[in-house]
Design a protein around this ligand. Sequence first.
Ligand SMILES: Cc1ncc(COP(=O)(O)O)c(C=O)c1O
Length: 433
Amino acid sequence: MTKSTDLKARKTAAVANGVGTRGIYVAKAENAEVWDVDGKRYIDFAAGIAVLNTGHRHPTVMAAVARQAEAFTHTCFHVTPYESYVALAERLNALTPGNFPKKTLFLNSGAEAVENAIKIARYHTKRSAVIAFSGGFHGRTHMTMALTGKVMPYKRGFGPFPAEVYHAEFPQPYRGITTDRALADLDRLFHGDVDPKSVAAIIIEPVQGEGGFNVAPTDFLRALRKLCDEHDIVLIADEVQGGIARTGKMFSIEHAGVVPDLVTMAKGLGGGFPLSAVTGRASIMDAAHPGGLGGTYGGNPICIAAAHAVLDVIEAEGLCARAAHVGQQMRTHLEALARKAPCIGDVRGLGAMVAFELVKDPKTKEPDAELTAAILAHAEKRGLILLSCGTSANVVRLLAPLTIPDAVLSEGLAILSAAVVDAYGVDAARAVA
Ligand SMILES: Cc1ncc(COP(=O)(O)O)c(C=O)c1O
């Protein structure tokens, strides 16, 4: 029995069934590579689900964390505050889109950031309704489950969910959902289900993560901005997965030139340490009374130190430009593969947030979840960590660290092609070869 198989058995016996895991038990990791407890090496195209934009154990992040651990590790910002929290708020206020006074609040997870953005929007507008989108994912707490537009595995069996949450269609050109159709759906919502004057917030992922790396078209985001202005609705950009340089800009909504009122971020911000934030218009962020927002660990000093280092690294190593380069390499590779393997119906994404969708037939576009799972399994056998996504679990997403060396990226992409051939069969093997 290997250490991995032993650990899988212990996990099954000791850990709650709902905590799904993949089979690789990690022993150590460095930049874009991971070694498991049996010494097998993997290339990491998951990056802890878009967390390690700066790679595993970036030396600058490690040094910042070690320095902070020498000084103090926790006080609770509400009890005895510290400068680094304030300084990081200042940096995010400056970095987020919008040339107006901003304020920031730190929390621990993406879900908590979204929860707080909704609390803030409701307090500010004195309205209760919230609009989210089909296929969107915002977390696993009750409010964020309600906002999420993907039943499995996130919602089944966990209701009832908080009320006053409505879902509109997210544009998906590959499946015929154009900007016009998505806007018509919002119009339907406003006439049939909820008065826009009762809506506190519209929350959108400018690039859907779990939903399948669907990129919101620029004209759609601009139309949302206009609707929010017309009806005094708070526009929240959920940048938990797409933010922090992943798409080639600090925040993915910047590609559309749209300025949201609030931005939620997490994942890449802490470079592997749990930290999330809500940043936005000071007039909205300041609505709630003192003590209404926060938590014991939000803005923990170790995580704040890591985030300062992450922002330093993004700047020093030009990681926005690097994201564009990594993304281009991935797209070129996948588009060539798709020309030969008709099971790949679509290649899409923004910057280094790239995915391909697997279908049983390119004409009917019937999702192929089994093939997707098989590609992931073959990739894992060959030493590549991949993730799937999409409401039908038929999309493979590539989220390599932005710091991945070119040689490791090429090696990973070659394994990916081999895994598609393994899973798809002989015809593709002949075509891809
Ligand atoms: C867009 C988005 N929002 C929110 C979340 C929830 O973040 P967390 O898992 O840190 O609670 C995620 C996680 O994948 C996400 O992708």
